[in-house]
Design a protein around this ligand. Structure first.
Ligand code: NAD
Ligand code: MG
Length: 395
């Protein structure tokens, strides 16, 4: 806590979908009267970053890209807000003395700055699931060693976190991750083969950033979430289930050994999970849509289809193999996602490429250090790039 009694918060990735919603929640929870915004970070959207810095009264604004330093500096000249740019500056922003850091950068780019925050002892509100998928136990240990709490923001994991009873971990039988099924829930593989990124990004229920939207269409997002769940809740791979629930009202569930299932429900609005992470263990009033059960009328469920959505099968493989397979799957997925968005490969190629890189690197053991995680990540990226380049040559 700051001497003023205000909660000190930093938002890594403030200009993204989660970042914008986080600043909205900060405002709803009292804005400058309740929070001191220590640092915010963005990438190319300098205009939004500068506006957010001014409105929130942030002490520091960082753009990830050195090329945008000049324009950010100019946009904030005369405000007294400190400006910085580049990878190292992001890490320093993470390390600033906030009580809570919202980790909302997309992809592995968020790992180093979030780790810096964890090591310094901040509570981590974790949206950036790639941190856990990639660095797993090392990341969890870094947070524990720093002395902060790890509070999930991903809606499914927030739901599980809320449905877990204190001291009853031994009685947990299974955790059930719900999945909307995305825009291609009922599509055949033939239909999916030709889609573009613009078609794939149109999510039926949630409004989100590009990567997670495409990941919802391919169910790679759910694959990442299965691995995220393993590390957050310390459960065995066979205790993790996925169920397709097209309405996205039940955000996930915990099944106990007495047959009880506890669930958390809400509108598909990330601000509930963000608010919970910001006020945990308390709940504050939030202006989000209330559920109207009579209007909803029904909740549907169906088994996921791993033939049409092989990403789910890859997550099981990664969980069973252990080692650095999470980092490998995540890195290969990130590279193939960018290649898909650039029109270089087809929608179905993303899983093929991830699978091939995972198989090729199946012999890589557990990472003992973060450097080994970063090395496996880099090697998986190199291999994925190579496969994509070969595909292009052959086409
Ligand atoms: P987004 O693309 O909308 O925003 C990403 C943020 O990261 C932006 O601030 C952007 O400037 C920054 N960024 C992008 N590339 C960067 C780089 N190379 N270095 C530093 N910063 C960079 O993404 P999002 O949808 O807000 O998702 C953020 C994270 O939260 C992801 O890990 C995602 O899986 C997770 N998440 C998102 C949602 C959602 O509803 N959007 C839900 C659950 C989990
Ligand atoms: Mg989620």
């Amino acid at each position: 806590m700051a001497e003023t009694g205000k909660r000190r918060i930093s938002v890594l990735g403030s200009t993204g979908s989660i970042g914008v919603n986080t600043l909205d929640v900060v405002n709803q929870l009292g804005g400058r009267d309740a929070f001191e915004v220590v640092a915010i970070t963005g990438n190319a959207n300098v205009a939004l970053l500068a506006e957010q810095a001014k409105t929130s009264g942030a002490k520091l604004a960082v753009t990830a890209d050195d090329a945008h330093y000049g324009s950010l500096k100019e946009a904030l000249s005369g405000t007294g807000i400190e400006v910085a740019a580049g990878r190292q500056a992001l890490i320093e922003a993470g390390a600033r003395d906030a009580d809570l850091v919202m980790a909302a950068i997309v992809g592995t780019a968020g790992l180093a700055p979030t780790l810096a925050a964890a090591k310094r002892g901040a509570d981590i509100a974790l949206a950036n699931k790639e941190c856990l998928v990639s660095a797993g136990e090392l990341f969890v240990k870094a947070v524990a060693k720093g002395g902060g709490r790890l509070i999930p923001v991903d809606s499914e994991h927030s739901a599980i976190f809320q449905s877990l009873e204190d001291d009853q971990h031994h009685a947990v039988e299974r955790i059930v991750l719900t999945a909307s099924g995305g825009p291609f829930r009922t599509w055949t593989r033939e239909q999916m083969a030709g889609v573009t990124a613009d078609i794939a990004r149109a999510h039926p229920n949630w409004s989100m950033g590009l990567k997670i939207s495409i990941g919802s269409a391919s169910m790679f997002n759910k694959a990442l979430e299965m691995i995220e769940a393993k590390h957050l809740f310390d459960v065995a791979p066979d205790q993790i289930e996925v169920i397709v629930h097209p309405q996205s009202i039940i955000h996930s569930m915990v099944g106990y050994r007495d047959g009880s299932v506890l669930a958390q429900l809400g509108s598909p609005d990330m601000r509930t999970a963000i608010g919970y992470a910001l006020t945990y263990p308390n709940r504050s009033k939030l202006d989000v849509q209330r559920l109207d059960f009579a209007k909803l009328a029904r909740l549907d469920f169906e088994a996921p289809d791993e033939m049409r959505f092989p990403a789910l099968r890859l997550a099981r493989t990664a969980l069973e193999r252990g080692g650095v397979q999470g980092a490998v799957m995540n890195a290969a997925e990130e590279i193939s996602f960018h290649a898909f968005c650039a029109g270089r490969i087809g929608f179905l190629n993303m899983a093929d490429i991830a699978e091939q890189v995972m198989d090729d690197m199946a012999g890589y053991g557990v990472a003992m250090t973060m450097d080994e995680v970063f090395a496996a990540d880099a090697e998986a990226r190199r291999r994925a790039d190579e496969i994509i380049a070969k595909k292009e040559m052959a086409a």
